[in-house]
Design a binder for this molecule. Structure first.
Ligand code: ADP
Ligand code: MG
Length: 349
């Protein structure tokens, strides 16, 4: 098989925390991203899901090399992007674009929409000036806006429309990869589905790969092929979407799933929601980082950090009860079955 479009291995970003102005002394380290690995194939969507502060945006910035990693590798079509020279980095930037969370902050208020969308084409020398105009109109139609919108300014648009403009700008240079960093989190719930559907539709038409970031699983339920769940700078579970929804292995994944309101109100509230706050990524808890909030935690969880094996980083993955049921001891049949499937998939890969 050919190399994946994107390959991330052992990626980390640590920020030193200093005290004192002149002779600043390091008093700790924020482990914003702490050893993250995944792959993304052409045309595929990998969702990156986790609570605020778990390192999703930092991962996004590392993947696009907007910031430098403390450790690890990012490979795009097999080439390490941290070792690209200026020309190659520019070529990479054209092929990997981003859609930001805040459609209000990410557009220049003094630029017309047409100029906003044309700018990346100018930067990358895509098409001549005359055909850029036509391309802007084409892109506006593609995202569900109208050609005359090119003459307008961002303040004349709603949040959902601004996000469409942001998407058009990202697509202007015909990327292969689009990192969508919580693209609908700032939008009204009624608008969110429209923008998610647009992104899904564009993916089909244009063969895009998405790294799709969200803080809850509901948003990615339709758009994702695979899902990686992050907690305090690490991936705690990664699985094909169907498997993850049907058979979540990690207690944190289960908690995130339980947080999605069931469409049938009579079936809501069967699962205890997660208590407590996310600990600080400044000196995170020892052992499994999730142990301070985990209802199943034992001594080993407080002492030893679990490795990601067969898609799950949990000492108890093979013993937990089926999701949504009380712990009754013994091996959960579903979890065991899924782990066996993972092992088989890993053999075949
Ligand atoms: N430049 C920085 N300096 C210090 N800490 C940072 C910096 N950027 C992010 N962080 C910290 O790293 C953690 C992860 O941040 P971020 O990637 O933005 O999370 P998310 O996007 O999942 O909400 C947070 O605790 C955040 O405060
Ligand atoms: Mg973020």
């Amino acid at each position: 098989m050919s190399a994946p479009l994107l390959e991330v291995a052992g990626l980390a970003k640590h920020y030193p925390v200093k005290r004192g102005l002149i002779l600043a002394k390091q008093i700790g380290t924020v482990r914003a991203v702490d050893g993250v690995s995944f792959t993304l194939q052409r045309g595929e969507t990998l969702a990156l899901v986790g609570e605020s502060g778990c390192g999703k945006s930092t991962t996004a910035r590392l993947v696009l090399r907007l910031i430098e990693p403390s450790a690890g590798e990012v490979r795009f079509e097999g080439r390490d992007i941290t070792s690209l020279d200026r020309a190659d980095l520019k070529a990479f930037r054209r092929r990997a674009q981003i859609v930001f969370q805040d459609p209000y902050a990410s557009l220049n208020p003094r630029y017309t929409v047409g100029r906003t969308i044309a700018e990346p084409m100018e930067v990358h020398g895509v098409r001549d000036e005359a055909s850029r105009r036509a391309r802007v109109e084409e892109l506006l139609r593609l995202v569900g806006l109208a050609p005359y919108h090119a003459e307008r300014f961002p303040h004349e648009f709603s949040g959902g429309q601004r996000q469409r403009i942001g998407i058009a700008r990202a697509l202007a240079v015909e990327p292969d990869l689009v990192v969508c960093d919580e693209p609908v989190s700032a939008l009204d719930v009624s608008i969110q589905a429209q923008v998610v559907n647009l992104l899904a539709d564009l993916q089909k038409r244009l063969g895009l790969a998405y790294l799709f970031i969200a803080h809850d699983l509901a948003v990615v339920k339709h758009v994702a092929d695979r899902i990686a769940v992050m907690y305090l700078g690490k991936i705690v579970e990664i699985a094909e979407k169907r498997a993850l929804f049907a058979n979540p292995c990690h207690p944190y994944t289960r908690a995130l799933l339980a947080a999605i309101p069931h469409p049938d109100p009579r079936r809501r509230g069967q699962v205890t929601p997660l208590g407590g706050d996310v600990p600080s990524p400044l000196n995170p808890p020892p052992g499994c980082r999730f142990h301070t909030r985990c209802p199943f935690a034992r001594d080993i969880c407080r002492e030893k950090e679990p490795a990601l094996a067969n898609g799950v980083a949990c000492h108890l993955a093979e013993e937990l009860p089926p999701a949504g049921l009380d712990f009754s001891g013994g091996l959960a049949p579903n979890a065991a079955k899924r782990l066996a499937l993972y092992a088989k998939a890993a053999e075949n890969a």
